[in-house]
Design a protein around this ligand. Structure first.
Ligand code: FAD
Length: 342
């Protein structure tokens, strides 16, 4: 497993609030690493509503979820955060020296003086295929994400799902794979119209196939998945040979491991104070949708405010006894230096 990374601050979650936490820490001269279970930043904004405008971000009359994410990434660029995508924080243990040993699902470990949980509704997990034998095939011939498209070169691929991920991957893999069959339970797709049109055109040209139906059985021979039984919307069950199965049924957030870290919870949220946004464990903070305090509102606006106060508290924690003065970004030479705007 990779070498342990030592850091002053570790942020769990790269949603809008986790991203702005990088900024507020950066202004005070604190560097951060960020772990995100998805392959990209933006949390709910990028995953659930990238193209919908948000109307209640101060000084932005209307901004889409993706644009907000892109702007935040640009804003935090001077602070050079280190992102660790496609891995979930699964374990967190307090060490004798007071720091936290944090472990991800990719076995990356961190030693952090302060941990900031910006985990939103929890980490997004793929909705699983509920057919006998699916779990045992996971990571072998059945996958819920594509890491390396080259792995599918020359293969017969079946893709399940009717959203953007399913169609995007079907279109991406079509020129690489030997064959691509898309199976979706309805004729209605939840994907961009351009992708649907492209797919239907490829099907017309016999370069891809679409089947309306559901997988009813995974058939294995000598421990290897050889074909699927697909029950079509016409009631006919077909047999479909394949090398690999890709499933894109969407993502659901799951609080998961966070529940076993010994934090005081309020229903499905982490309790914090409203001075430091610190949890019941000193040195662990929580900001954004994941936290709870009386009056809490799950708004991006509130999350941004929380990151500023948490950053001040973390600065005090890292340099005990030293007073942290409020400085303005407009006039502070030290902040200009940190922002590279001298
Ligand atoms: P999230 O955006 O949920 O991001 C958390 C991130 O942490 C996720 O990417 C997750 O994968 C990651 N994560 C969680 N656990 C782990 C772990 N253990 N390891 C690694 N990564 C982890 N708010 C507004 O203010 N205005 C609006 O108009 C508005 N419109 C909305 C419309 C819709 C359809 C939805 C669904 C929400 C809307 N919201 C709106 C709410 C807003 O999106 C949330 O308040 C905001 O996304 C919270 O940001 P966050 O960073 O706290 O959490």
């Amino acid at each position: 497993s990779p070498a342990i990374i030592e850091t002053e601050a570790l942020i769990i979650g790269a949603g809008p609030v986790g991203l702005f936490q990088v900024f507020e820490l950066g202004l005070l001269g604190i560097k951060a690493h960020v772990v995100e279970s998805l392959a990209q930043p933006g949390g709910q904004c990028a995953e659930l509503y990238p193209n919908k405008p948000i109307f209640d971000i101060p000084a932005c009359p209307a901004i889409s979820g993706q644009q907000l994410t892109d702007n935040l990434l640009q804003q935090i660029e001077p602070f050079k955060p280190v992102f660790h995508f496609s891995q979930e924080v699964v374990d967190l243990q307090r060490q004798q020296d007071g720091r936290f040993l944090v472990t991800t699902s990719s076995e990356q470990q961190f030693l952090a003086a302060a941990v900031i949980i910006a985990a939103g509704m929890g980490s997004f997990q793929a909705v699983k295929l509920k057919v006998d034998g699916a779990e045992a095939l996971e990571g072998r011939q059945l996958s819920y994400s594509v890491r390396d498209p080259e792995r599918y070169r020359g293969k017969d691929i079946v893709i399940l799902g009717g959203g953007d991920s399913a169609l995007d991957w079907a279109l991406t893999l079509q020129p690489i794979a030997n064959s691509v069959v898309v199976i979706h339970r309805s004729q209605k797709f939840r994907a961009a119209k351009a992708s649907v049109d492209k797919m239907l055109k490829l099907c017309d040209d016999f370069e891809m196939q679409f089947l309306q139906g559901q997988v009813s059985e995974l058939v294995e021979q000598d421990g290897k998945l050889t074909h699927l039984k697909v029950t079509g919307s016409d009631g006919v069950t077909r047999r479909l040979e394949l090398d690999d199965l890709l499933v894109f049924f969407g993502l659901v957030p799951d609080l998961g491991p966070l529940q076993s870290w010994g934090l005081t919870l309020h229903k499905r949220q982490v309790e914090v104070d409203t001075e430091k946004f610190q949890t019941s464990i000193p040195g662990i903070y929580a900001v954004g949708d994941i936290n709870y305090y009386p009056g809490k509102k799950k708004l991006i606006l509130s999350g941004f405010h929380e990151t500023a106060l948490a950053a001040f508290a973390i600065k005090e924690q890292l340099e005990p006894g030293k007073k942290v003065h409020l400085q303005y970004t407009t006039t502070s030479p030290i902040m200009h230096k940190r922002l590279h705007v001298e």
